[in-house]
Design a protein around this ligand. Structure first.
Ligand SMILES: Cc1cc2nc3c(=O)[nH]c(=O)nc-3n(C[C@H](O)[C@H](O)[C@H](O)COP(=O)(O)OP(=O)(O)OC[C@H]3O[C@@H](n4cnc5c(N)ncnc54)[C@H](O)[C@@H]3O)c2cc1C
Length: 242
């Protein structure tokens, strides 16, 4: 048992890998131009970049959202289960996650890093988080590590006693890491980013949990690279999804 517990790992990061994408600004343009050009719209997709930026901005500003749905991005995300629980509230995405019924869960747990603000101040919906003292960081770090090790030891005891994985996992905390594929289109991604990042320049600032924001920030970087005109326009329009 103690050998198995030596494998327990702690992380403070989230990883996001762009697995595949069919997403570019031209996807928005041909989809929107079918309104006026019919089947010729595809031929015009790459024409006149300056006009394209203006057209995308018009669609964004006036919230013509459906042309932003003809793209797809698939991400492989590694994050704690409490992040996935928030993530999966976003219903217009598609998900597949590793199973705690079909495989033994790896002992990888989240522990807040030294730069994670620990203390909550303010009122519901408008909390601010401040760093906390060195003592609070020490207490949190030690308690999380101890609790995760204890839980994982109990999980192993249950498995060794012949208890099914789907029952044994009951004792594991929501800080255990999981992995999932998450697929979305650009419109769904903009909506997700508007809610799961905190930016003062947003028209509707949100107050997300820091850990899901760490995932969102990495997705945002991929989005900015894949669809620069769409991204710039979304930014310029207060990060409101069309
Ligand atoms: C800061 C923050 C705090 C939160 N706190 C809580 C909390 O305390 N408790 C809690 O339960 N949740 C909480 N949530 C989750 C929140 O209520 C939403 O479930 C989550 O943000 C997903 O948003 P969504 O429904 O707009 O997105 P999606 O599910 O991705 O939907 C996208 C859009 O599609 C449309 N849509 C999708 N499904 C329907 C439907 N059934 N009917 C009509 N329109 C639909 C809507 O226009 C929606 O905006 C919180 C979210 C944030 C960002």
């Amino acid at each position: 048992m103690s050998d198995a517990l030596e494998n327990v790992r702690f992380r403070s990061d989230m990883t996001v890998e762009l697995v595949k994408a069919s997403a570019s600004d031209s996807d928005v343009l041909w989809a929107a131009r079918v309104s006026t050009k019919g089947e010729q719209s595809l031929e015009d997709a790459g024409a006149d970049p300056a006009r394209s930026a203006g057209f995308i901005n018009f669609l964004m500003r006036d919230r013509h959202g459906s042309p932003f749905e003809h793209s797809t991005m698939t991400f492989l995300v590694s994050a704690p289960i409490f992040v996935f629980r928030e993530f999966m509230r976003h219903r217009v995405w598609s998900y597949n996650e590793e199973s705690g019924r079909y495989r033994k869960l790896e002992p990888v747990f989240y522990v807040p890093g030294p730069d994670r603000n620990l203390v909550q101040e303010g009122k519901p919906g408008r909390y601010v988080f401040v760093p906390g003292t060195a003592e609070q960081h020490k207490i949190a770090d030690e308690a999380v590590r101890q609790s995760c090790r204890d839980s994982y030891a109990t999980y192993l005891e249950l498995l060794e006693a012949g208890i099914a994985r789907e029952v044994a996992r009951t004792v594991l905390p929501v800080g255990i890491y999981s992995s999932m594929y998450a697929t979305c289109n650009a419109r769904a991604l903009m909506h997700f980013l508007s809610l799961r990042t905190k930016r003062e320049d947003s028209t509707f600032p949100s107050f997300p949990q820091r850990e899901i924001e760490m995932v969102a920030e990495q997705m945002e970087a991929h989005f900015a690279e894949l669809m620069p005109l769409t991204y710039a326009s979304w930014q310029a329009n207060g990060r409101v999804a069309p």
